[in-house]
Design a protein around this ligand. Structure first.
Ligand code: FPP
Length: 247
């Protein structure tokens, strides 16, 4: 076989985790095991989000998608739901400057109609403000459920066919994917769930059809950059050929 050039030799053998999606679980247990209110765990969880976002570019991650609030999470106490919504708003307000300066593009997926108008405004404003950034694409899933997203996309598809904007024979996989909230995102390579649970909980069921999954017992507030780096390294495979044959 012809010899490879230097850039090829330096490339890792395995696939690259360019799009990592995370189910951030365990905030409640982290707090209650210390005798603290669950919201303290969520606040600590938000600090972890900050740290992990900063770590991503250095780990070769270009897309990070995080599950912040599911369509099922409305069943929690009013206090917890309001606390989480307040936290999301504060996160956007406090991080806007930093994310813009860091080159992070922030987007949201999930149904917005049920969210407070003030939160929706903050979401739209930061999406517009960071739209030109390219270093890291951060997508936060709020009021997100994979089945809900698919149902909304299917309704749009049906509407487009009924209105004559789309031919029935063109209503295939690509047409449906283009109507998902994630239409502008690549599929995730790797999905991580913290806290020891081994469910996928309605998170990106269409998009993660071919993703690798990693489940760690670490509770989200304890999840560090180092653990993320170790998981990504496992996914990627550290073996390099440096132009030679595999040992
Ligand atoms: C799951 O843990 C976590 C959530 C439902 C909320 C996720 C929110 C954050 C990490 C905080 C802020 C996020 C952003 C984007 C600023 P759980 O409460 O279900 O934990 P448990 O299973 O131990 O009860």
């Amino acid at each position: 076989m012809a010899s490879k050039d230097a850039s090829d030799a330096a490339r890792p053998l395995g696939p690259r985790a360019e799009h990592v999606a995370i189910i951030m679980d365990g905030n409640g247990r982290w707090a209650t095991s210390r005798g603290w209110p669950r919201l303290v765990g969520h606040r600590r969880g938000a600090e972890r989000v900050r740290e992990i976002v900063q770590a991503c570019p250095g780990l070769g991650i270009r897309w990070l998608t995080i599950y912040a609030f599911s369509t099922e999470n409305w069943k929690r106490s009013t206090e917890e739901v309001i606390g989480l919504m307040t936290l999301f708003g504060r996160y956007i307000e406090s991080e806007a400057e930093r994310l813009s300066a860091q080159g992070v593009r922030l987007r949201f997926i999930g149904g917005r109609a049920r969210l407070e108008p003030r939160l929706r405004e903050l979401m739209a404003a930061i999406e517009a403000r960071t739209a030109g950034n390219t270093l890291l694409n951060l997508t936060v899933a709020i009021n997100y459920g994979g089945r809900d997203e698919l149902a909304r996309a299917a309704a749009r598809l049906a509407g487009d066919v009924a209105a004559g904007r789309l031919a029935l024979e063109d209503a295939g996989e690509a047409a449906l994917a283009a109507r998902l909230d994630t239409a502008d995102l690549p599929d995730p390579d790797l999905v991580i769930r913290t806290s020891g649970e081994t469910r996928t909980s309605n998170f990106l069921p269409w998009q993660a059809a071919y993703a690798e999954y990693e489940f760690t017992p670490t509770l989200w507030p304890d999840f560090t950059r180092d653990e993320l780096a170790a998981i990504v390294a496992r996914f990627t495979g550290r073996e390099r050929r440096f132009g030679g044959a595999k040992a």
